[in-house]
Design a protein around this ligand. Structure first.
Ligand code: MN
Length: 261
C-alpha cells in the first residue's frame, strides 16, 4: 500500500470527518496512537504558553555582502527559500549556555546568526502591506550549516538538505511578542566566537524585509500559524569546532549562548 492509499484509507476510516481533498490526518487526543510524537515548541517571553512550531522556512542570501561571499550577485537575485524540519529547533534559554552538539559528517560547520519571525496566522498571496499583521513575535536564531556538505551538493546540483536540514540545526531563543519588540527593522546583529566578533551588521541591511519575505513565501506556500521564518544572515559566516562558545546577539532581544560540544 503506498502512502496515498494509506492516507485515503485513514481518511475513510474516520467516517468522512475530514474535509474532501485534505491529504493529511492529524491525531487527536481521542484517537489512540501506537507511539507519541512531540510537537516542537519554543517558549514565549512573559507567558506560560509556548509557541508550537509548524514549519521552519529560511531565506538565502538576504544581505548583500553575504550574497557576494557566497558567490552570487545581490543586485539581481530574487529571494529564495529552503526549509528545515520543525524539530530542528534547539531552544536556548537566556542567561544560560547550552551544549550544541557538533553534527556528524562535516568538517566545516558554520554559524549564521539570523532574526527569526514567528507567525500566528498566514495565508496565500499575502500583500506586502498586510504581511506584518501575521507576525506573532521575533527571536534570535542560528541557521547552522554543514557548509562542506552544502557546497558539495550545490556543485552536484543536488538538494541541500544534508547541509541545512539536520538535527538541532536551528537554535532559537525565546519568542518576544510584537507588543514587546515592535517589528525590528534596524539594530545590530552580531555573532561572536570565544569573545571575538565574527559577524557584525545591521538589520537595515537586509535585501528583502520580513514583510517582503512573507509576501514572497506566501506565493509559493500557504503560510500558517506556527511557521518560523529565519530571515537570512549577514556576511562573515565561518566555522566553529568543538569547545567554541558562540554568542548570537540582536539589539532588543536577549543573547543566545551555545557551547559546541
Ligand atoms: Mn541562513
Amino acid at each position: 500500500m503506498n502512502r496515498r492509499d494509506l492516507l485515503m484509507t485513514s481518511t475513510a476510516s474516520l467516517g468522512g470527518a475530514l474535509a474532501a481533498g485534505c491529504a493529511s490526518v492529524a491525531a487527536t487526543p481521542a484517537q489512540p496512537t501506537p507511539f507519541s510524537v512531540s510537537l516542537p515548541a519554543v517558549p514565549i517571553v512573559g507567558s506560560a504558553e509556548v509557541f508550537p512550531v509548524r514549519r521552519i522556512y529560511c531565506i538565502g542570501r538576504n544581505y548583500a555582502a553575504h550574497a557576494r561571499e557566497m558567490g552570487s550577485d545581490p543586485t539581481r537575485e530574487p529571494p529564495f527559500f529552503f526549509q528545515k524540519p520543525s524539530d530542528a529547533v534547539q531552544y536556548v534559554a537566556p542567561g544560560q549556555t547550552v551544549d550544541h552538539p557538533y553534527p556528524s559528517l562535516t568538517r566545516n560547520y558554520h554559524y549564521e546568526v539570523e532574526l527569526v519571525a514567528a507567525l500566528h496566522s498566514g495565508g496565500r498571496n499575502i500583500p506586502v502591506d498586510q504581511a506584518l499583521q501575521h507576525v506573532y513575535g521575533y527571536a534570535v536564531g542560528l541557521d547552522m550549516t554543514r557548509r562542506d556538505l552544502q557546497s558539495d551538493m550545490k556543485d552536484q546540483k543536488k538538494p541541500w538538505e544534508i547541509g541545512k536540514a539536520f538535527d538541532l540545526s536551528a537554535p532559537i531563543g525565546p519568542i518576544h511578542r510584537v507588543a514587546q519588540t515592535g517589528h525590528p527593522v534596524q539594530g545590530a546583529i552580531t555573532l561572536s566566537v570565544n569573545g571575538a566578533v565574527k559577524q557584525s551588521a545591521n538589520l537595515n541591511q537586509m535585501i528583502w524585509s520580513v514583510a517582503e519575505q512573507i509576501s514572497r513565501l506566501s506565493e509559493a506556500f500557504e503560510l500558517r500559524a506556527g511557521d518560523l521564518i529565519y530571515a537570512g544572515t549577514p556576511e562573515n559566516v565561518g566555522p566553529v569546532v568543538r569547545g567554541d562558545l558562540m554568542v548570537a546577539h540582536i539589539d532588543g532581544l536577549p543573547d543566545l549562548s551555545l557551547r559546541v560540544v
